[in-house]
Design a protein around this ligand. Sequence first.
Ligand code: MSP
Length: 519
Amino acid sequence: MSKKPFYLTCAIPYANGEPHIGHAYEVIVGDVLARFKRLDGFDVRFQTGMDEHGQKNEQTAAKLGITPQELVDRVSAQFKQLYDDLGITYDDFIRTTEPRHQSRAQAFWNKMVENGDIYLGKYSGWYSVRDEAYFDETELTTTSAGQKLAPTGAPVEWMEEESYFFRLSKYQDKLLELYQRNPSFIQPKSRYNEVYNFVKSGLRDLSVSRTTFKWGVPVPDAPNHVMYVWVDALSNYITALNYPEAGDGSLMDKYWPADVHIIGKDIIRFHAIYWPAFLMAAGIELPKVVAGHGFIYNRGEKMSKSVGNVVAPADLIGRFGLDQIRYFMLRDFSYGHDGDIWDEALIERINSDLANDLGNLAQRSLSMIAKNCGGMVPSHGDFTPADQVLLGKAYGLLAEVRKEIDGYAFHKALERIWAVIGESNRYVDEQAPWALKKTDPARMETVLYVLAETVRCIAILVQPVMPASMDKMLAQLAVPADARDYACLTADKALVSGTPLPAPSGVFPRHVVAEVAKG
Ligand code: MSP
């Protein structure tokens, strides 16, 4: 049977500054989802890349005394390096300056023109270069020095230019219909009203070309215009699938519509309003879900270079370990809400959830097996009700976890897994295999078997979040690489007694964290 396709994307960051922990969070979430779906039997395509055009890049490059191309080459390489450091398993990384993107973005534009949804007009208004967006007079604030600011705090300037317009107003009702028909289109729910009310309050046509700078995709047949950077950037989700190529065997045919666009809360408007309207105008199916995550702060403060509180992902990985950071981000932050990251919180999580709970469970189970069962998967007799309860919970976890992941509640998925880890640790204490060693060695083997089998299920489930550590744990249980997907989370794929096991070693050493804490 052919696998069901699952297409997910992360936003393509602006190529004008170094990557920070917020960018890291987004691609880690995307990566966890991609890995989860692969293990759960889907044919996954995970797409990201770089947003390389726009006036901001032109200006940054000029300040640095380099060309825009040199700037975006440099920044793209930094992001790619970060994604490698984070173990991100993307399938494609598209840069909007690549010829393959530009020609296809132009094809997308032409489709909207054919449909009569793009026309030439004049634009004047308050424009923020930093946000690459125009703002209404009513949305602005004014500083004591008289400088007008966008809601994001960025300065705006008055701009007037000939511009192509997209007939966004024509799509107002169609968009409202879309949200009503498909309330899960915008995730999480808390973001839905924000978008709905914005559209309901009225949509004006959108200026979609610029003549005041050159660093962009040229508008077909109007070379003095470049495309508005959001038309250019959003289209990456289909240009990376070779749009307009269609038909049997094409990537568009296989993977479009996207199952989910993973993005931050600040760009929901672009993804939940403009993007579906552009797609309707081009006669292309709409993505299934736009899922907006919260922002990451440093102890409640926005990170900025001037405050000097920017958390560099490479620094965190170096001090705490990659899997530890991945786990923390998925477990501590509730998708859709803002979160804080700081050393003490990380240390607490790593010590309690990883070293104490999961690490300790695996470590004590495996070392008792190594010492008392000849270094092999233990034999087992009949399972007692207590054994059956624990094993039942281990096998039942996948369904619970899947439900949480499908609702973007990654923290709850982990909470459920950790509840079973807690029960397993209580089971060890209650069954006291160390005492059974003398009184009933056969029962001791059964207890240790149940523990090993439970750890197998947990390690298989946790792989998307902590791939390297779970690889280590599964290797210690001699689980072959081809027996680690979610179809193996059943009793008939259980560990086979008598299988030789390698010598165990700790997966989450606690003392490392203690040393880090001391600095
Ligand atoms: N280039 C646009 C996206 C175009 S997608 C077709 C953009 N770039 S960005 O670099 O500003 O942001 C990239 C992603 O990172 C966005 O989803 C944004 O919400 C996210 N984050 C940026 N700062 C963040 C935090 N501090 N915390 C979490 N995510 C944040 O927007």
